[in-house]
Design a binder for this molecule. Structure first.
Ligand SMILES: O=C(O)CCC(=O)C(=O)O
Ligand SMILES: [Fe+2]
Length: 260
């Protein structure tokens, strides 16, 4: 079991537009930092102070309005994709967590090969008779390629490092976004990056917690690129159907699988 330590996840400031201009020296440097962070931590924090507070408030205002809808409305099928991308209600395993995902083409990727789902998360405050007052979402790794999480007023996201230590103080602020590697990225890069284990645990929560995630999946079958296979990194994965893998994990067989 890991213990509470003073670890911090790497922070990369992407507030400056020049850092995002492909080919520029500062972009190359930013890429190196991203690579280091992903290989060593499977995650990093982006700081970007260009996120207007009005936009942030209106996004989380809309999230609250959506979650406040009657359960029957939230349960309505809003996509032809598998139901996991729509609404997921509270469940005995995560009694305070609800999530609602949107994928209607608005977030079609700039790159042909990927698509994104915008997913809102809500964690209600604990009731006095609940035994585990801090349980938000138990430890897990995401199926996706990459997840980017933004936490609103209430923090609680925790990250496990390579050596099994939990980082308890993942910062949450209006300019902070946490990028997490998922299983599909780990498979694609032949274990050079590990899927980041994380959980949501909320101490002293007296306010509903909202967060939002942008989750990237890859279309079709992914192969490990030849360049990522060598003597030190022998091929470890068969071609993987990224989205099929997510559906498998949600199935009964997948949820029992020992390797996940
Ligand atoms: O709410 C959060 O901060 C994280 C949610 C999460 O990890 C998930 O739903 O997979
Ligand atoms: Fe997650």
């Amino acid at each position: 079991m890991g213990s509470e330590v003073e670890h911090k996840i790497p922070v990369i400031d992407l507030s400056e537009e020049k850092d995002l201009k492909p080919g520029s020296d500062s972009c190359v440097l930013a890429c190196k930092k991203v690579r280091y962070a992903m290989e060593e931590y499977g995650c990093f924090e982006i700081v970007c102070d260009k996120f207007p507070p009005e936009l942030r408030n209106s996004i989380f205002g809309a999230a609250k309005d959506l979650f406040d809808l009657p359960k029957e409305t939230k349960m309505k099928k809003i996509t032809d994709r598998p139901s996991a991308l729509g609404y997921v209600a509270e469940h005995p395993k995560h009694p305070r967590y609800e999530t609602l995902g949107i994928n209607n083409g608005v977030f079609d990727s700039i790159k042909e090969s990927s698509f994104h789902i915008l997913q809102f998360f809500k964690y209600r405050t604990p009731q006095s008779d609940e035994s585990d007052l801090s349980l938000g979402l138990s430890a897990h790794k995401d199926s996706a390629h990459i997840t980017i999480i933004h936490q609103h007023h209430v923090g609680g996201l925790r990250i496990k490092t390579k050596d099994g230590q939990w980082i308890f103080d993942v910062k949450h602020s209006s300019s902070s976004f946490v990028v997490l590697a998922g299983y599909v990225l780990m498979a694609w890069c032949n274990d050079r990056i590990f899927a980041c284990e994380h959980q949501v645990s909320i101490r002293d929560q007296n306010e509903t917690r909202y967060s939002v995630g942008l989750i990237t999946y890859t279309k079709g079958i992914l192969n490990v690129p030849e360049e990522l296979v060598d003597d030190k990194h022998p091929l470890r994965y068969k071609p993987i159907d990224s989205f099929g893998f997510k559906i498998f994990r949600l199935s009964e067989e997948g949820s029992k699988s020992a390797c996940l």
